[in-house]
Design a protein around this ligand. Structure first.
Ligand SMILES: *Cc1c(COP(=O)(O)O)cnc(C)c1O
Length: 230
């Protein structure tokens, strides 16, 4: 089932790229494997998946250890500062940086381990109270301050759009994040590239690609519903 789902999502990603005049290579499909077992991750790997997303540090580390080292792990969930030390050398990209204190901790651990860490700033574009992320208007300030820290590179922005019935409802959110990234890029801040836009999940990734996503994070669409009671 996972392999078929993955092929289906891959096909939809390709069509969304074609519709919007973009190359397939511009968009990374991240298979969000949180709560799912290693066996299902292997099925996705066999279908061609290389990038996986996790939202818990411990789970990411366990899966990292258990699976081949040529996979790319993305930390997409809220990150506590005391857990930063476990992920800085395992995650290819940390999508969920939403405070200077967190960026400082990532920088400190990156220096200690002698690695460069790529991060995205998480923006709460929809201003949902239940969500993490900086406000749209505070983003540039955080980017400027985090950009001064050693051993981290700010590669772009991430957002989690609201759950909606009709994905079209989230189009303005994706457009806002894209515009914000373009505006910040124009300021030519050292250490800031703004080339990565992580937006779009199972319900709305095609719309997100049409609006410029370079990374989509698809869980349910590949692995099926999650059961948190297990
Ligand atoms: C769980 C999760 C996803 C995947 O959600 P689906 O709707 O299952 O595709 C994407 N992004 C983040 C940050 C998540 O926590």
């Amino acid at each position: 089932m996972v392999a078929e789902n993955y092929q289906d999502v891959e096909e939809r990603v390709l069509r969304a790229c074609e519709r919007s005049g973009r190359k397939r290579s511009e968009v990374t499909l991240i298979a969000v494997s949180k709560t799912k077992p290693i066996s299902m991750i292997r099925e996705a790997m066999d279908a061609g998946a290389k990038a996986f997303g996790e939202n818990k540090v411990q789970e990411l580390c366990e899966k990292y250890e258990a699976l081949p080292k040529d996979l790319h792990w993305h930390m997409i969930g809220h990150l506590q500062r005391n857990k930063v030390k476990y992920v800085v050398d395992k995650a290819e990209l940390i999508h969920s940086v939403d405070s200077l204190r967190l960026a400082e901790e990532i920088s400190r651990e990156a220096v200690k381990k002698g690695v460069q860490v790529k991060i995205l700033i998480e923006v709460n574009v929809a201003e949902e109270e239940s969500k993490f992320g900086v406000r749209t208007e505070d983003t540039e300030d955080l980017v400027r301050k985090a950009a001064l820290l050693p051993n981290i590179c700010i590669c772009g922005l991430m957002t989690i759009a609201p759950y909606v019935e009709d994905p079209e409802e989230n189009r303005p959110i994706f457009r806002t994040l894209k515009k914000l990234a373009v505006d910040i890029k124009k300021k030519n801040i050292d250490n800031v590239s703004m080339n990565v836009l992580s937006m779009g999940m199972t319900g709305d990734y095609e719309v997100a690609i049409e609006e410029g996503a370079t990374m989509v994070r698809v869980g349910t669409g590949i692995f099926g519903e999650r059961n948190y009671d297990l």
